[in-house]
Ligand binder design. Structure first.
Ligand code: FAD
Length: 291
């Protein structure tokens, strides 16, 4: 199919892009990598009348920066560039673990990390990683800049806290502690497909005891889904196979998962429990802790 007609804009400054968004509001869409937007336009599931192409704004938006405060990834960083960047490997191990699972290489070569977050697909890896790592989303508009916590950013299926006049300029991940282990595990029909169920998992272990844990599932509901009861069961405990199995049991009995033509809710809950065990074992082994 062909997309509906639209006016194409290619601003040469960020301020120019923000002015276009302010002028056209909900009739405008930002074009980043186009890996989700263009298929949706082709199917007429999206019909923006103004397309604001930000691909000319590399000088301001194509950056990866690491420092004592953490890791920053700008709006024009492609998945593939982040995947192979030494700063991401060193300061964002969960991001590095998630990126090879995002679609196929040609998609990662064009699609952007921040575009994936702005799109807010609940089956995508990066939104779940943002929630599991307590990332901050930096939104810019002609009216100013807002910092939005990932914990509340994803509001529903393809729905986020971004306003129509805002550009998601960057994502900031807090500094990764050496006591933190992370893993991203998932089940997909074929490598590169969206996951039927996935888990972004972070465990902080201090002196042999789990100090904090995040278990954030993708592909199970309208947003990334955190299972706090299972996280609570881990805190204050020494890592062990029995502890991880119990966390998996809690997940598979309490997770609010949906059914669709790809998988039933019961299947998703079962797989989520299995992934909990696997994710916790992987995350702890990455910091030299054996359960
Ligand atoms: P675009 O397609 O350009 O934009 C997507 C949406 O986000 C649009 O509404 C756009 O207006 C908005 N947007 C983009 N950037 C910004 C910004 N900076 N500020 C505000 N709004 C913005 N993704 C996964 O995570 N996992 C997968 O397994 C996966 N499999 C895929 C398989 C296929 C066959 C395809 C085609 C895509 C797949 N994707 C997958 C999607 C891919 O990762 C996209 O790159 C990503 O979803 C969107 O990034 P983009 O830069 O292409 O955004």
């Amino acid at each position: 199919m062909k997309s509906a007609g639209f006016t194409y804009h290619r601003p040469s400054t960020v301020d120019g892009a923000l002015a276009l968004l302010a002028e056209h509001g909900d009739e405008a869409k930002i074009l980043a990598g186009g890996q989700s937007l263009l298929p949706m336009m082709g199917l007429r599931l999206a019909r923006p009348t103004h397309l604001v192409d930000i691909n000319g704004l590399d000088a301001d938006l194509d950056f990866i920066a690491a420092g004592p405060d953490g890791l920053r990834i700008g709006a024009l960083v492609r998945h593939a560039n982040a995947e192979h960047h030494p700063a991401v490997a060193e300061h964002g191990p969960m991001i590095a673990a998630a990126l090879p699972l995002v679609g196929h290489r040609p998609i990662r070569t064009r699609g952007t990390v921040v575009g994936s977050i702005a799109h807010g697909d609940p089956a995508a890896e990066m939104p779940a990683v943002c929630v599991a790592t307590d990332a901050t989303l930096v939104a810019r508009s002609a009216a100013g800049t807002r910092e939005l916590p990932a914990a509340t950013f994803f509001e529903g299926y393809l729905g986020t806290g971004l306003r129509d006049d805002e550009l998601l300029a960057e994502v900031r991940f807090p500094a990764w502690a050496p006591t933190s282990g992370g893993a991203v595990v998932e089940i997909a029909r074929r490598h590169g497909d969206y996951a039927l169920v996935g888990l972004a998992c972070r465990v902080d272990v201090l002196d042999g005891i789990i100090d904090d844990a995040a278990l954030v599932f993708l592909g199970v509901g309208g947003t990334p889904v955190r299972v706090t009861a299972a996280e609570d069961s881990l805190r204050g405990q020494a890592p062990s196979e029995a502890l991880f199995a119990e966390a998996g049991r809690i997940v598979s009995t309490t997770l609010d998962a949906g059914s669709d033509l790809h998988a039933s809710a019961a299947y998703r809950r079962h797989i989520a429990g299995v992934l909990t065990n696997q994710g916790l074992a992987e995350a702890t082994s990455r910091i030299g802790v054996t359960a």
